[in-house]
Ligand binder design. Structure first.
Ligand code: FAD
Length: 387
């Protein structure tokens, strides 16, 4: 496996163990069927509890069944899952970073006890409802709102592009609280079997096909006061969750690129043209050399961001830089790998084109490439350029 600058040498026992567990899981349970799931537009839902059993959902949290592993171990886990497919890593990111994290960080004791063990074990599935049909890059413009009722809130609005909403048991829905002054954004735990909730599936995707995506319709949905996340108010709530998920993506994208690279490297040795393997041609070697370089640089960035996160120094600009760079790298390099596979490269028999298609989503969700560019622009100049 590609590791030219010997990063593996510095991994501790726990990090190696988590990485190896995830790698074996992907080899055994994901790789054999993932192309078929991609073609069919389905997610291997039978793996959801298995992933829970193996501790793949938010193992970097502490307590309520989570072992509090190092940020590097968590990153390596995301990397191995995304080497399988971005759909798999998205499952773990949403469940862990976007659902368990806000409950862990901002939930009441009762909410933590009720949801964290079930979500951690994959006995319940969660989803994160922030994006709306008219508000993607500018979620603070959201129109979904909550109004006080006698013993709780009534929610109205619609969310779209929500990973796992059609199979979720609970949705973390971000909505404006119209009953409070300034109408702050609050987080609501909405069980999807409540009256007035609909979760239609979006079927027309050409990217991230091995992942279930849907809408969340909220039509006079009543939730009790106990379902509000008490510990946060304002856009800090959803944005802090996104920082957690983007951290995992910065690592994960390297896994997709690495898997594409390994497929191309093998192919270059096996495929013969003009009387010998194509890997003997300098043009092919140049492609491999450039891919290996770009993957290594992205990998180093992921390790650095892990250090910053571990010691509590991680800032949104760090995450924007890492997510932006590493996803762009994976998008570019999976295309080069596809190219090296010739005609065979456009089939689902090989992973690079699947990864390449997935990267279109990963490039767009969790803050588009453009939006992260603007975050960095603001960091560098002190001038925000969003509007
Ligand atoms: P827009 O915001 O409409 O952007 C369109 C284009 O305009 C982009 O290229 C963008 O970069 C550009 N643009 C926008 N504003 C600016 C600006 N100020 N300056 C320069 N360029 C700009 N959301 C959730 O809440 N939960 C989920 O689980 C989830 N899962 C997803 C799964 C998939 C498969 C996909 C595709 C999306 C998912 N999303 C989810 C939504 C995702 O986060 C949004 O698609 C993303 O934030 C972009 O919003 P948008 O699609 O509305 O694009």
């Amino acid at each position: 496996m590609l590791d030219i600058v010997q990063l593996e040498q510095d991994l501790d026992q726990e990090e190696r163990m988590i990485r190896d567990t995830a790698r074996e899981f992907v080899e055994e349970h994901v790789k054999p069927d993932i192309a078929e799931h991609f073609e069919e537009g389905t997610f291997p839902t039978e793996l959801i509890p298995k992933m829970g059993e193996l501790g793949f959902y938010a193992p970097n949290l502490e307590g309520y069944g989570s072992p509090n592993v190092s940020e590097t171990a968590y990153g390596l886990l995301m990397q191995e899952l995304e080497a399988g497919d971005s759909g798999l890593r998205s499952m773990a990111s949403v469940q862990g970073a976007l659902v368990m994290y806000p409950i862990h960080a901002y939930g009441s004791e009762e909410q933590k006890e009720e949801w964290l063990p079930k979500l951690g074990q994959g006995e319940a599935v969660g989803c994160f409802g922030l994006t709306e049909p008219e508000h993607g890059s500018n979620p603070s413009g959201m129109e979904t709102y909550a109004e006080r009722d006698s013993d709780g809130y009534v929610l109205n609005g619609s969310k779209t592009w929500i990973t796992n909403s059609p199979i979720a048991d609970v949705a973390v829905v971000w909505a404006r609280d119209r009953s409070a002054e300034d109408e702050p954004v609050r987080g609501f735990l909405v069980e999807t079997d409540r009256d007035g909730v609909t979760t239609n599936k979006i079927t027309e995707k050409l990217s991230l096909r091995a992942s279930i995506t849907g809408e969340i319709g909220l039509n006079d949905v009543r939730v009790p006061e106990e379902n509000v996340l008490p510990g946060v108010s304002g856009m800090k709530g959803p944005l802090s969750c996104l920082t957690q998920a983007r951290y995992g993506i910065a690592w994960g994208a390297v896994g997709a690129a690495r898997d594409s690279f390994e497929e191309a490297r093998q192919y270059a040795q096996d495929r013969e043209q003009f009387g010998g393997p194509i890997g003997r041609f300098q043009l092919q070697q140049q492609k491999l050399a450039e891919m290996a370089t770009q993957i290594t640089l992205a990998q180093l960035l992921a390790y650095r961001v892990a250090e910053l996160k571990e010691r509590g120094d991680l800032r949104p600009a760090h995450i924007s830089l890492a997510k932006r760079n590493n996803v762009r790298m994976a998008r570019d390099q999976s295309r080069v790998a596809r190219e090296m596979l010739g005609g065979n490269g456009i089939t689902t028999d090989y992973s690079p084109m699947r990864h390449m298609a997935n990267m279109e989503t990963v490039y767009t969700y969790e803050g588009t490439h453009d939006i992260h560019t603007l975050v960095l622009g603001e960091e560098l100049t002190g001038i925000p350029a969003y509007e």
